[in-house]
Design a protein. Structure first.
Length: 236
DNA sequence: TTCCAGGCAATAC
DNA sequence: GTATTGCATGGA
């Protein structure tokens, strides 16, 4: 299996930044990661955004603004594994209703209550276990940021989830690779469909000279593009 | 009705 | 190391 994204196939650092600019111009700032409660007016929400438009904050990179929001992002990253965001939103709202968007309170929940709450997000048996494992780890951090290795060592946290948590909950400039990233860029001939996660990640990270804001926006734009591509296919 | 979403772990070779 | 399979809800 090929594991190096090959400059020979048309991708270089300039192209990476250029494509980011094109996506931003076309779709506008995305305002990821979505947060349940934005305590300010959602000025500038892009009304043409596909899927749920709740909780986005275009052009505002100040989230998370609290420990509770940081934990909420982490939980959302786990719940959205292979799952549509509107379903995740339902699960998060249920947890919020229980006042359990908090590592300690989530740990105190019974299995049955927890599974019931996250049921809309699918895979609720597995995800209940994943959330418990993560909540325990999160509590043990006592406010410090986790390393990528620590996250990957957790049962239920793979590379995409780890990188989403680092990027959106802890503002670490990492490039998140997801199914859309593979689809879009392999379609453009930048690398093979089955390229290794790590080789894609290192390719983008070494090509981009920017802070966490650039990485947050780039990933969000890729997802938006990917969703629209799918919508186009379905329409036909 | 079928298809599939902002993956991951377990298993089989 | 590579390929396959189970996990589950809700919207299109």
């Amino acid at each position: 299996m090929r594991d190096i994204p090959l400059s020979g196939m048309g991708a270089d650092a300039g192209a990476v930044l250029e494509y980011y600019g094109a996506l931003l111009k076309r779709y506008g700032p995305q305002g990821w990661w979505p947060i349940l409660d934005l305590h300010h007016a959602r000025k500038g929400v892009n009304p043409t955004k596909s899927g749920s438009i709740n909780g986005y904050h275009p052009g505002d990179f100040s989230y998370p603004r609290s420990e509770a929001q940081r934990f909420e992002i982490c939980i959302g990253a786990i719940l959205t594994q292979n799952t549509a965001w509107p379903n995740v939103e339902k699960a998060l709202l249920n947890l919020k209703q229980l006042d359990c968007l908090d590592s300690g309170r989530l740990l105190a929940l019974s299995e049955e209550i927890l599974k019931g709450a996250i049921r809309p997000a699918g895979y609720f048996n597995q995800k209940a276990r994943k959330l418990k494992v993560f909540a325990e780890f999160y509590a043990s951090l006592k406010g410090r940021a986790p390393s990528r290795g620590e996250l990957l060592g957790l049962w239920g946290v793979g590379p995409e989830t780890a990188d989403s948590i680092l990027l959106y909950a802890f503002r670490v400039p990492v490039f998140v690779v997801d199914a859309y990233t593979r689809r879009i860029f392999s379609g453009m001939g930048w690398f093979e469909k089955d390229a290794e996660y790590e080789s894609i990640r290192s390719f983008f990270e070494s090509s981009l000279d920017g802070d966490y804001k650039l990485f947050q926006e780039y990933h969000a734009l890729i997802v938006e593009k990917g969703k629209r591509m799918r919508a186009e296919v379905v329409k036909k």
